[in-house]
Design a protein around this ligand. Structure first.
Ligand code: NOJ
Ligand code: CA
Length: 706
């Protein structure tokens, strides 16, 4: 060990000596060291170390520009460097804790390109749990408009790490994760690509962020981005020979990767690192690198627990479409009053009222209804521009009557806007659609972008479409509408600035359990990957795992136990949580359903107790404004005993715990509905030893007693 340390220090010092303009930056606690220098060719170069271990070997930074322009890659000199320290706390509108600390040391390097006199600033922020850096292009004569051919930010790995990755794709993140060595990505790539309504991979060594890795010497490393605004989404492409990742932006229809006008800047690139996996989950780097809240009055933004007329369509038991009698429909031309309703259309007045009753009886805030509006008969795969208008209901869905009924029951309706990827059509209707929502008592919308994007040739993650999602979000804020966007670009902490973004899908959600199933350890990985950018509308709470019971033509099996489904309300942090299964399934297991009714969705404090990506995750959270705690544990494919201490509870206080756990014989495949519920007095001195079945887990509600 000592020998290794000496080797490391020698290598680090010799690097600093040879580098003409070496600058060193330390994290506030001193555990992380970042060094920056220009190499002999004037290329910006950085490297990062955690304690005595290198995390990022010397890596170049820069941008390749389109056409004949001299790229912003080399030939730089350092104009000036500035150091700063920042330390404050801020209160999120909703979150895993009521107060977030933002503490970092900053190095700003202003660079001038010798031949062109162009100025590029690289800003580094070093937190205790990782590094963020971005490019800034100040206003100047010689760099005004420019087109990015490729961003060339490198992340040089120090070895053949274990990675939890999904294929790099310009249109979807709805993939199962593959755990493999970095050197195995290309050989495992084809198998990792599963079908989707819209998808395009770019390289057999291309992966998406947030990318989670573990090194042989016990470091956890996470690469992602923060504040993706007016820029294209970044993927990573690995050079398998050198183990260097390089940024790979999503192109537009012309293959261009960014249209820029100075002054402007790139999003932040983030590298989190720790020798304890829990620190990755505890880190608030992504949020901290976003701008503070831009919405003045946030009193209308509220966490939402909801049910929906949804799972029955996803499983194929019911349909979104109103009729089967027409080969196609045209909005404004097709007269639905003249066609026969099919028997499977779920969004009808009678059924919706039943869902409202159920929501009201069990204390849910909202009811989502999909398939309420005209156009679902041929919405998918037809590249239709004018596909939905977002204001015209089917004849069997009475918007006003349902609004009044929901209001009388103290329940809010949640709007659904499936755009079918037709973003221009959505923008065309957006004002009217949001106004229609407000007129009818809807405060939240679930939007969706299934299928290829229109304008044709654009991708889900290119700059133009990223700007569309942002436009829809900001306009929603004008109308005081909360947004949960599915199939949109994965989040990058923008909910700090626009907390009306209460959810996103942008990963493989529970719907895939009805499309053939997901890997049983999927939910032990998502918190380390997809959730690094923000909450996910994962839609947990499935109690009937045999999907053929809902639809005899669907043989899918939900790879999870009931206890695991309960735990997800705690382990998959989100201010928007759905109880996704059908009311009749909950009615069969009312004792387990009690946890879903009780669990909080906004928190004062979160304490990660155990974590290992791909294997297990246990977290305890204190309900906002109360003394109650909830604990969730999800487990991978091998059964495991989880030993936890309840020392997070207030000392001297007494609590009653209700433990919803896997029965001994539980198994995600063979016995998913076997659970046990026990109650027990606990204090901060209590220790629990609990079994988690394969694909299982446990959920605990801990109530303070007087
Ligand atoms: C895909 C979404 O993820 C799902 O939740 C929704 O029901 C369908 N699109 C239809 O919009
Ligand atoms: Ca989806």
């Amino acid at each position: 060990m000592k020998f290794l340390y000496i080797l490391f220090v020698t290598a680090w010092c010799s690097f600093l000596n040879q580098a003409a303009y070496a600058q060193e930056l330390k994290s506030p606690n001193g555990a992380l060291t970042m060094a920056f220098y220009l190499d002999d060719a004037g290329r910006p170069t950085y490297q990062l170390a955690f304690k005595d271990k290198s995390v990022i070997n010397p890596s170049h930074l820069g941008l390749e520009l389109k056409d004949d322009e001299k790229s912003l890659l080399n030939d730089f000199k350092v104009l000036k460097t500035e150091n700063a320290t920042f330390n404050n706390t801020w209160a999120p509108v909703w979150g895993e804790e009521k107060e977030i600390t933002n503490h970092y040391n900053e190095l700003t390097v202003s660079l001038k390109q010798n031949e062109t006199n162009r100025i590029v600033v690289i800003r580094f922020r070093l937190f205790n749990e990782g590094l963020g850096f971005r490019y800034e292009f100040p206003q100047q004569e010689n760099l005004v408009y420019f087109v990015i051919k490729e961003e060339k930010s490198q992340f040089a790995m120090t070895g053949d790490h274990t990675a939890f990755w999904i294929p790099g794709d310009y249109d979807t993140q709805e993939y199962d994760y593959t755990e493999s060595k970095l050197s195995e990505i290309s050989s495992k790539f084809d198998k990792a690509v599963t079908g989707n309504a819209s998808q395009e991979q770019f390289s057999k060594t291309g992966v998406q962020t947030a990318l989670m890795m573990k090194t042989a010497n016990g470091l956890y490393i996470n690469l992602h981005e923060a504040a993706l605004i007016d820029y294209s989404c970044m993927h990573l492409n690995l050079n398998e020979e050198t183990m260097v990742f390089e940024s790979w932006l999503t192109p537009d229809v012309n293959g261009d990767k960014g249209y820029m006008q100075a002054p402007c800047n790139s999003p932040w690139r983030t590298i989190m690192v720790s020798d304890d996996a829990r620190d990755i989950l505890n880190s608030r780097i992504t949020l901290n690198l976003n701008e503070p809240c831009k919405i003045e009055d946030t009193s209308w933004i509220k966490p939402v627990k909801y049910i929906g007329v949804w799972w029955e369509m996803i499983t194929g038991k019911s349909s979104w479409a109103y009729t089967n009698d027409l080969p196609a429909i045209q909005l404004g031309v097709t007269d639905y009053s003249k066609v026969k309703a099919n028997t499977t259309h779920a969004a009808n007045n009678t059924k919706v009222k039943r869902y409202i009753d159920f929501a009201s009886e069990h204390g849910f805030d909202g009811v989502l209804v999909e398939g309420w509006n005209q156009g679902w008969e041929d919405w998918f795969g037809k590249s239709k521009d004018y596909v939905f208008d977002f204001v015209t209901p089917y004849p069997d869905f009475d918007v006003e009557a349902i609004h009044n009924y929901a209001k009388s029951k103290g329940v809010k309706m949640i709007m659904h806007h499936e755009t079918s990827g037709s973003t221009r059509n959505y923008e065309r209707h957006l004002d009217k659609a949001y106004q229609f929502m407000k007129d009818n008592g809807y405060d939240a919308v679930k939007s969706g972008y299934v299928g290829n994007i229109l304008p044709r040739g654009e991708h889900h993650y290119s700059q133009w479409i990223v700007n569309h999602y942002q436009y829809a979000l900001e306009k929603a804020a004008d109308y005081e509408v909360m947004v949960n966007a599915h199939e949109a670009v994965r989040p990058t902490g923008i909910s700090r600035t626009y907390p009306n973004l209460i959810g996103n899908e942008s990963a493989r959600g529970t719907e895939f359990q009805a499309f053939g199933g997901s890997k049983p350890n999927h939910v032990t990985i998502l918190p380390f990957t997809r959730l690094i950018g923000g909450p996910m509308d994962y839609t947990p709470g499935i109690f009937e795992m045999d999907i053929s019971k809902l639809n005899p033509n669907n043989n899918s099996h939900v790879n999870s136990t009931i206890a695991n489904q309960l735990a997800l309300y705690v382990t998959m942090y989100s201010p928007l949580q759905m109880a996704a299964d059908l009311p009749e399934h909950y009615e069969q297991f009312m004792d387990a359903f009690q946890f879903i009714k009780d669990v909080a969705i906004d928190w004062d404090k979160s304490v990660y107790l155990e974590a290992e990506p791909g294997h297990y995750l246990t977290v305890a959270r204190k309900e906002k404004g109360s003394d109650n705690w909830f604990v969730g544990n999800v487990n991978g494919v091998n059964s495991r005993t989880s030993n936890i201490s309840l020392d997070f509870l207030e000392k001297g206080k007494k609590y009653m715990a209700t433990i919803y756990g896997d029965a001994e014989s539980a198994h995600y495949k063979t016995n998913p509905q076997a659970y046990s519920i026990i109650t027990k007095k606990v204090t901060s001195k209590s220790k629990l030893s609990l079994l988690s079945a394969p694909g299982g887990g446990y959920a605990i509600s801990i109530e303070a007693v007087n």
